[in-house]
Each structure stands twice: as structure tokens, then as C-alpha cells.
Design a protein around this ligand. Sequence first.
Ligand SMILES: NC(=O)c1ccc[n+]([C@@H]2O[C@H](COP(=O)([O-])OP(=O)(O)OC[C@H]3O[C@@H](n4cnc5c(N)ncnc54)[C@H](O)[C@@H]3O)[C@@H](O)[C@H]2O)c1
Length: 260
Amino acid sequence: MTARFEDQVVVVTGAATGIGDATAIRFASEGARVACLDIDPAENGSTAAAAAAYGVDAFALTCDVRSRSDQEAAFKAVIERWGRIDVLVASAGIYTGGPLHQIPTDRWENILAVNLTGLLTSNMLAAPVMIEQGRGAIVNISSMAGKTSWPNSAEYSATKSGVIGITRSAAMELGPSGITVNAVCPGNTLTAMVQKVAIEIGESLGMTGEQWLEMRANDTALKRLASPHEIAGVIAFLASEDARYLTGQAIEVDGGIILS
Ligand SMILES: NC(=O)c1ccc[n+]([C@@H]2O[C@H](COP(=O)([O-])OP(=O)(O)OC[C@H]3O[C@@H](n4cnc5c(N)ncnc54)[C@H](O)[C@@H]3O)[C@@H](O)[C@H]2O)c1
């Protein structure tokens, strides 16, 4: 049986760690050629090496998604190497948070630059390539914070709601060219980011990070947090042939937390 993504070209932003890392490796394990884009060269190199271990062509590109010229150079390198882009997964993201009245302007501008402008730029650069091909799939990583919210998270929630807005509009615009655009909204997923969030939010509630994570796990129907591989599996499904009639959606992968 042919692998699902045999010879397809997949670009993953934020590929160095967490969900992006698991996603890059998942696509490689299913036959894709993978370009790993990240600001962290050391960890990103490890992801590309782990992807290449599946016998596919994979490479790492150091890229700060806040920089339009960095992203242009990275996408150009992908086209020069492989001549096409079948799948874009925009996973690069950061979390910052704190009381509403204490959000410093530079912190607000930085999270907008990474989570929103950075993701928009990735979508903008992939779109013309996919339009030319008449086919493609874009998966943008939002969050449950883009659908619901909690205190001290205005800036993060704003960016993740914005990702859903970009996704819906892009789906309408690119659909006629055979391109699907969806968002994934993970619940708490065991990555470096969630450890940082747990310490920050836990402290603000008088808990340790571990206590906060335990509380979040108990809030889900499944009584546990997600592994990055479980998010990567849904991302791969959205990019697969089985999801060709699925577009403009923001899929909750939250272990049933929305029910509680
Ligand atoms: N972990 C969770 O619980 C959770 C929940 C919902 C949504 N998300 C989202 O999933 C995505 C991945 O997060 P994660 O949990 O894997 O965290 P992570 O910190 O492990 O991964 C984020 C990656 O983005 C990269 N990155 C950060 N700033 C960048 C920049 N300016 N340019 C290029 N790369 C940059 C980091 O180096 C890192 O490799 C993020 O968009 C995040 O908001 C995570």
C-alpha cells in the first residue's frame, strides 16, 4: 500500500519542538518530503534529522516567522528544492499572558507578530503556489483559547481567535482553486509551552504548575492531557485525501474539555 503522503511536499512552521515537531515527523513517517521552519536552529535540525530517518528528503530552515523576508527566503528555498507545496502546517506560536490592565505594548505586539502576522504570512506565501497547482491543504494551529477563554489570557486568546478568522476567509477564497484551509484547536497538550503556561497560570491561582495541569486533565472527558502526537494525527487527517471535502473548520481536539 502506498504511504498517504508519498512524495508530497509539506512545510511545517514551528517544527523544532512540540506539536510542530510531532507533525513534521508524522508526515515524514507517511512518505512526505518535509521542510522544517523554526527560529531555533538546534532543535529544528534535530526534527529534520528525525524526519529524514524515515528515508525521505527533509531539511531545516532557520526562520523567524515575524520576519517577512525570512519567510520569503524559506518558501523560496522549498520551491527551489522541490518545485511545489502540497501541505502547509502553521504551528509556530508563543504564549504570553497576565492581567489585562498590565499587558505591556511590546508583549502585545510580539504575540501578534508571531501568532497572527507570522501565520498570515505563511498562508500568504503558500497560497499562490497552491493556486498554481490547483490543489493544496493548509492547516493552521489555533487553540481552544481561540474558541473559549479564561482570565489573564486576552492577548493569547485574541491571536488564536484571529487564526480562526484567517482560516475561514482563506477557505472561502482558496476553495475554488482546490485548496482546503482548516484550523486545529488543541486543548492542553504536553509540550514546553504548556509547562510554561501551567507555571504562570498556576501561580496566579495559588497552585503549582503540576496542580494546574492535573486540574486541566480532570476537566476533560478523557481525564488526561493530549500528547503532541495526538494533535499531529488530526493535522495529518486534515491534509489527507479523506478530508478533501472538509474546509473552513476549526476542529476541537480537546479530550472533551468543552463538555465540562
Ligand atoms: N501545548 C498546548 O497546550 C497548545 C494548546 C493549544 C494550541 N497550541 C498551539 O500549538 C502551537 C505549537 O505549540 P507547542 O505547544 O508545540 O509549543 P512549543 O513551544 O513546543 O512549540 C512552538 C514552536 O514555535 C517556535 N517559534 C516560536 N516563535 C517563533 C518564531 N518567531 N519564528 C519561528 N518559530 C517560532 C518555537 O521555537 C517552537 O519550536 C502553537 O501555535 C500554540 O499556540 C498549543
